[in-house]
Design a protein around this ligand. Structure first.
Ligand code: ME8
Length: 663
């Protein structure tokens, strides 16, 4: 029988800065759902990638002094780049698309032309506002207090010849899609979209730019590049081979089952994206799920605020699985949540070290101690069950169904909550059965004890299967400790109480989730974060700034009156009682020594300057400093590094004679 298909995507990330824990959140959620569907036996396609075009990237590359392609290559492929991060986080994507890939660029050009030929894209004049960081056009009425409604930053006036997409034509169909179907989830996002965008009237969308060039060129109109969101959204189809020959799974996987996206890009995915697909006469994705944001102190994480959280540091300190688990367990997927290191450590300690870790280590230790690591055969059915046996068995046997219900509605936090109810029930069962008491009289209670141990191992096994999409590596270790063959831990067996062989070899292995000392860990994290900040700063080099350029012209005759000359330093000494001033005795070619005072002691020791050929302006009026007369001024180059002033005296070739005029 052909397997059921499941196609799931994350947003494709802007490689403009290193990714932070907020980005990791969505990718981990997508990964957990993809692994869950694979566990259920579906044929899964999980796509992620990077969105590499647009003005923001062009500007960042310019700042960094490299080409846009060099810039994105470094962030996508380089050390600790996007691909490295997904590898570290054990992300099981089947494909990775970069929108600079040739096949994607060629497909987008064909898509643009198709919509143009159909009359859904037409040429007009764009007049409005543009938010560069968000790459978003806004009309005056959409602004909030004159600022970008998404990020609250300043917007710029923009007017240019441009292509437009007839979004207005699809307004009714989009309204029906949002209001009458479960296309957009959670439901609360529907009201947001309808009220803010559909009710005020959908305007046609500007879909090309001419003011920068880093984008997919409109091949039938040189100078225009395709609006980055058109380019980006179609990634979900080009990565399957739509209008290209690089891949061949479009017919197999399209339409997508779900796009996971952050709440601020729901507008693009639930209005613009389906409208363009309607124009292209392509099937629509089945669902778009708009998840919430991870906040820091109630606000958005952002590089400009300097408050982003580095997933590398957290994964190194606490382990990849613990971090993955924390993200999925703590924050309801559709809502915002407040991230903190304290909460992370607390969750690890409570759920993983106390509840799960203890269950596994206590159970395996007791099977070792009382039965030498191997329970007697047949023990799964021994001894009459007490009410708490039945309760544990019923809860664990029905867990898969409750978990599935939560996972199918994209509520991983609820699925994990169900698993932990069983883990907590199993720990309570240890207290209720008091195995250490039973063990005192093995002859009398040996059979009962073996049965209790089996129930604990079996409940743990079922939980392990259902936790494996969230913590794949730890669950493999868990299976090894309870003697469960990893290959046999299938979706089916998660609903089969008693599937574990009752004579499996149980070993108490390493502690799966050691308890973390909160204060010590917080201090260490702070030190690691400070070190990472210092390293990033050192790698980026100092922030160099020069004084703003003069806006006013100086007329040529005035400039020519300035008498710049080469001067040679005959003597130089520090002026007494002054921290700054150096006193220069200079040969200016006139035959008479000239004295100039200069406040540069901070940068030069006087004796190092003797014999140097410098540049001075000589026809400034004499000026008294610390009781000494200064006749002119030495010329220096000045800038700041990390806010500190840096000065270099202008030194010229020593072959230039004293008094030579500079012009
Ligand atoms: O939007 N918490 O890229 P992006 C949760 N290129 N999610 C967060 C987050 C946070 N603190 N910060 C960011 C783009 N995200 C486009 C997508 S798709 C065709 C194009 C999420 O790198 C954010 O909500 O700015 C978004 O879904 C994703 O990270 C990528 O953001």
């Amino acid at each position: 029988m052909e397997k059921q298909k499941f196609y799931i995507t994350t947003p494709i990330y802007y490689p403009s800065d290193k990714l932070h824990i907020g980005h990791t959140y969505c990718t981990v959620a997508t990964d957990a759902v993809a692994r869950y569907k694979r566990l259920k036996g579906l044929d899964v396609m999980f796509l992620t990638g990077t969105d590499e075009h647009g003005q923001k990237i062009e500007e960042k590359a310019k700042e960094a002094g490299v080409t846009p392609k060099e810039f994105v290559d470094r962030i996508v492929e380089g050390p600790k780049g996007v691909k490295d991060l997904w590898k570290l986080m054990n992300i099981s994507n089947d494909r990775f698309i970069r929108t600079t890939d040739d096949y994607h660029v060629a497909s987008v050009q064909k898509i643009f032309k198709k919509m143009y030929d159909k009359g859904d894209i037409y040429k007009g004049k764009y007049k409005g506002k543009y938010c560069t960081p968000c790459e978003s056009f806004w009309t005056e009425s959409q602004l909030v207090d004159g600022k970008c409604p998404d990020c609250g930053r300043e917007v710029q006036d923009a007017e240019e010849e441009a292509y437009f997409f007839r979004l207005s034509k699809y307004a009714d169909r989009i309204r029906n899609l949002l209001e009458d179907t479960d296309f957009l989830q959670p439901r609360s996002r529907v009201n947001e979209m309808v009220r803010n965008f559909i009710d005020p009237g959908l305007e046609d969308l500007c879909v090309s730019r001419t003011s920068f060039s880093w984008g997919v060129p409109v091949d039938f109109d040189p100078g225009h590049v395709v609006y980055v969101w058109v380019d980006a959204l179609f990634n979900y189809t080009t990565a399957l081979g739509f209008l290209n020959d690089t891949y061949h799974d479009y017919d197999k996987y399209w339409p997508a089952d779900v796009h996971f996206v952050g709440k601020e890009i729901v507008r693009f995915h639930s209005i613009i994206w389906p409208a363009m697909l309607m124009s292209m006469e392509m099937p629509l994705p089945k669902h778009v799920f708009g998840h919430g944001w991870l906040l820091l102190d109630g606000g958005k994480m952002s590089k400009s605020k300097g408050n982003v959280v580095d997933p590398y540091i957290l994964a190194e300190k606490f382990g990849v699985d613990a971090l993955r688990f924390f993200l999925m367990r703590t924050f309801p997927f559709g809502s915002d949540g407040n991230f903190s290191n304290e909460l992370l450590i607390q969750t690890i300690n409570t759920d993983l070290a106390n509840d799960l870790g203890n269950l596994v280590s206590r159970t395996t230790a007791m099977v070792g101690k009382y039965f030498g690591g191997k329970l007697p055969e047949g023990c799964r059915t021994w001894a009459a069950p007490e009410s708490f046996d039945t309760e544990l068995i019923t809860m664990a046997s029905g867990l898969r169904a409750r978990y599935e219900e939560a996972m199918e509605t994209f509520a991983p936090h609820k699925a994990l909550e169900e698993v932990f109810k069983v883990i907590q029930r199993a720990n309570k069962y240890i207290d209720e059965t008091a195995p250490w008491v039973l063990a005192k009289d093995m002859e009398q209670n040996g059979k009962r004890l073996a049965h209790v141990m089996y129930n604990l191992l079996e409940a743990t096994r079922i939980c392990g299967i259902l936790l494996s999409p969230f913590m794949p590596e730890s669950c493999e270790k868990l299976f090894a400790q309870i003697g469960a063959d990893t290959q046999a831990q299938t979706w089916d067996s998660a609903a089969q109480w008693g599937a574990l062989s009752d004579s499996a070899a149980v070993t108490k292995g390493e502690n799966l989730f050691p308890r973390i000392d909160m204060d010590k860990a917080l201090d260490e994290l702070e030190a690691l974060e400070a070190q990472a900040r210092a390293e990033a700063k050192a790698a980026a080099g100092p922030v160099v700034e020069v004084e703003p350029y003069a806006e006013e012209y100086v007329d040529f005759d005035t400039f020519c009156k300035s008498d710049f000359r080469a001067v040679k330093v005959k003597a130089c000494e520090a002026v007494k009682k002054s921290a700054k001033l150096l006193r220069f005795t200079l040969d200016d070619g006139s035959g008479t020594d000239r004295q100039i005072l200069s406040g540069i002691h901070k940068w030069y020791e006087p004796e190092t300057l003797v014999g140097k050929t410098l540049v001075a302006i000589l026809n400034l009026p004499p000026r008294k400093m610390m009781g000494l007369e200064s006749n002119g001024m030495l010329i220096s180059a000045v800038h700041t590094e990390d806010g500190e002033e840096v000065l270099h005296l202008l030194m010229v070739d020593d072959s230039i004679p004293a008094g030579a005029k500079m012009c």
